[in-house]
Design a protein around this ligand. Sequence first.
Ligand code: SF4
Ligand code: SF4
Ligand code: SF4
Length: 217
Amino acid sequence: MTQLALVIDLNVCVGCHACVTSCKQWNTSGAAGPLFDDNPYGKDPTGTFFNRVQTYEVGNYPNTETIHFPKSCLHCEDAPCVPVCPTGASYKRENDGIVLVDYDKCIGCKYCSWACPYGARELDEKEQVMTKCTLCVDRIYDESLPEAERKPACVMACPTNARLFGDVHDPDSEVSVAIREQGGYQLMPEWGTKPANHYLPRRKTKMHIHEDELVRV
Ligand code: SF4
Ligand code: SF4
Ligand code: SF4
């Protein structure tokens, strides 16, 4: 089975938030998103975010560094947000593994939000329906777009190529190769949710080499 996912490279993410704003732009319904008024998936209202970037300082002064950490729904393979839903609104697609919410069935009870250990869901207060990242399901299959653009909006917008998109079940895909070669990992695998999204860890670069390690030439 295909499992589409994002792979996020923490080594090159610069925390610019382009992925956050492009996500809002693509998925916001109503006046701010006239192209997507009739988009059944992208009901991302003002005040909620499908994708957020958190920034942390790590280490002890003076050896500190800043880590930018983009976070959205991980499209878990064993998603706890699905079986708790009393109406069947929260579901995982068999053809591509994307986890979605059917807004027509959602009653806004928030069970799925409590079940998600990653805090990936946000309630649209106005519509009283649950929202979250859709992997831009309305654009990745859109044949009116050039093939190179059939990717989530955040992937298209990232200026540093920190966001890769593809099938993590295909061993030859770009995402699988990156996971294999760069030591990609899942968030909190001990919870058994099998997140499809992966992160590539920080790797040592010249900027991370402590001055004791520099060799004078
Ligand atoms: Fe569900 Fe949360 Fe996993 Fe997304 S990250 S599939 S909302 S449990
Ligand atoms: Fe299902 Fe909606 Fe309740 Fe979530 S908030 S469990 S999607 S009905
Ligand atoms: Fe990081 Fe790319 Fe998002 Fe900018 S657009 S915050 S570099 S993942």
